[in-house]
Design a binder for this molecule. Structure first.
Ligand code: NAD
Ligand code: ZN
Length: 238
């Protein structure tokens, strides 16, 4: 667990910062019971996420990919935001210039009460058509047929998330880059920083503070590394 000296250094730095950006990954939702991809519980029916979260997997077997997403929706639906998500709501309320960027698709930041969220990997609670421009908010935990057909053109709907090998949403990404390059502090929470281009944001930042239960490729080079669960560290920070 991070020591008192590091924690107060981080608190001071945060208090002095004019603009603050936060980048979150799957780790911030781990204490809500949502498995990370690389941690325990990341496997589903012996598939690795890399074998399911791709356009190729969906083209080959859309039914299985949808079953996996519906299973994940069920887990998320039964979970609650944790103290880490809530601390970021407090931080947003305290700071006039604050940007939350998340790689998570679970919507727990929304449910905790964060107002402005840049979702660089999309949202599991959205579906969109593989053929036309149709998209919708989608709370379904099951469908009569899989893959569900588009109500406008009949082609399969897909989850509104970004898969491995796909481009990030352009405008959201540009806003994230701008927020990070203008921030006095970037707080990086619960991400293994292995997934590019999101991890590239960390390289762009002026001053990085990291919160993670483990060390990451960035730990040696960040200004302040706070080791421990985000549900404990973040409330202690804000
Ligand atoms: P990741 O790359 O963000 O890695 C998870 C990180 O969280 C690891 O570094 C781990 O040490 C850390 N961690 C675990 N528990 C923690 C805790 N309690 N406090 C602080 N840090 C903790 O995520 P991934 O699982 O490797 O997935 C890669 C991609 O898939 C990312 O886009 C990720 O956000 C997405 N994904 C999203 C969700 C979700 O929406 N909840 C779940 C799984 C994966
Ligand atoms: Zn359509």
């Amino acid at each position: 667990m991070a020591g008192q000296r590091e924690l107060s250094a981080a608190r001071e730095r945060l208090a002095a910062a004019h603009a603050v950006a936060v980048l979150t990954g799957a780790g911030i939702s781990a204490e809500s019971g949502i498995p990370t991809f690389r941690g325990a519980g990341g496997l589903w029916r012996n598939f690795r996420p890399e074998e399911l979260a791709t356009p190729e997997a969906f083209a080959r077997d859309p039914r299985t990919v949808w079953e996996w997403y519906l299973w994940r929706r069920g887990l998320i639906d039964a979970a609650e935001p944790n103290a880490g998500h809530r601390a970021l709501v407090t931080l947003e309320q305290q700071r006039p210039r604050f940007t939350l960027i998340t790689q998570n698709v679970d919507g727990l930041h929304d449910r905790a009460g964060s107002r402005r969220i840049l979702k660089v990997h999309g949202d599991i609670w959205q579906s969109r058509c593989t053929a036309c421009a149709y998209q919708r908010k989608d709370r379904a935990l099951a469908y009569p047929t899989l893959p569900p057909p588009c109500p406008e053109c009949g082609e399969p709907l897909r989850p509104g998330v970004v898969w491995f090998g796909e481009a990030l949403p352009r405008i959201v990404w540009a806003e994230a880059e701008r927020a990070v390059s203008q921030a006095d502090v970037l707080l990086v929470v619960g991400t293994s920083a292995q997934v590019y281009p999101a991890a590239g944001l960390i390289e762009m930042a002026r001053f990085v503070m990291e919160v993670n239960v483990a060390t990451t490729p960035f730990s040696p080079s960040v200004a302040i590394s706070l080791q421990g669960p985000s549900g404990e560290i973040l409330p202690a920070l804000v």
